[in-house]
Design a protein around this ligand. Sequence first.
Ligand SMILES: Cc1ncc(COP(=O)(O)O)c(C=O)c1O
Length: 446
Amino acid sequence: MNATVTLADVVRLLAENEGEARRGLSMVPSENAMSGISKLPMLLDPYHRYFFNESDHPDRWHFRGAQKLRDLEMNLTVPLLRELGRAEHVSVRPLSGLSAMTLVLAALGGENGSTVVTIAPENGGHFATPSVARRLGLEVEFLRGTGPHELDLDHAAELVARVRPSLVYVDQSHCLFPIDVASLVTTVRAASPGTLVHVDASHWFGLVLGGAFRNPLDEGADSVSGSTHKTFPGPQKAVVLTRDAGIDQRVRDTQDYLISSHHFASTIGLGIALLEFRDCGGAEYARAVVAHTRRFGRLLDERGITVAAKERGYSAGHQLWLDTEADGIAPKVASDRLFAAGLRVNFMAGLPGFPGQGVRIGLNEPTYQGLAGDDLVELADVFAAAVHDTSPSEDLAGRIAALRLRTRFGAAVGSTSPLLENALALCADALRTNPLVSRSAQVIAS
Ligand SMILES: Cc1ncc(COP(=O)(O)O)c(C=O)c1O
């Protein structure tokens, strides 16, 4: 089939989508936004470059395009991850949480035929972990729960003693409450001293770096990984952290064969996002995410929406699960109504404790976008009206757009800071400077 989309269509669609994204609000817990400055490297030359020479060895600049910017990865991104993640060693090579999972299972999962223990999907383990492990030649056994939100440590002790796994890969994904990593580590060490414990904190990573959640390394885990774009407001990437030089070496020995370009510009963007996070309120943001999530659970409950885990305060993190099916509204229908009102949410099967589908939301991006105080009451009013279909969707979408406008800030800074003016000029220039772009600009204009 021939392409039917023209260059002019592309620009128009992107602009329209941008307008909608700015008027609406994403409440998808596995996504977040990030600042314009942290996106800047992706518009510029480093986006096209490979970077391999971490040690800056003069004989190893086989790819020279990153040479001048090496320090942005090695003296910005890496030290900030060490500092905020309280780790000695850092890999910034993974492209996403799934890429970090593949890397860690390949590096630490052991020889072909070794066993990896991971969290059962019905207890919130990530759907891909068993499949990735098996594709790497590993056997898989599951940690199970006493309920949808807690692990059965007696079962863990018995299982680990019996199968002596190379690795326990803790992969909470559909998760309202973090497991007690310290107790799990103690259990594993007692049952099988040689077994490593890795915590994949992809969903929680911003809460860990912001100090709202305990750092799994402080709890005794051997290593931790996380996506940098879910609760952490950064680029779509992931990282692996450890305090153990031997584990770091195993990761390094493996990563070159699984990841070539690690997306150098995103890695620089991650450094900028980490700097902003450390110096411009990351810890407050992380605490606010948790407080907003619990409060929003109560606000929705008060408005007649069935929210999971009410007896435990709805959530200890950023996710809430809504059983709209129990309220007589199919989750897809609820999601469609919310979408028409400018709110993006997940509808999905597989949420622990849900017999069918449910609606999954997160308060991470609304918090990053600046919603606080009474904004949450207004958001809950609009949310419930959309789900129950009690107001016209255009009115609700207008209220969400007003909410977004109220929380936007920073416009005044751009005109007063030469450095920001410079950044904006770089962005504009990046759109113009290439001959192909000039030609495509003519096509778009015609
Ligand atoms: C525990 C865990 N690992 C890996 C992933 C995959 O992360 P990504 O989407 O960044 O590849 C997720 C995503 O939800 C996750 O929760």
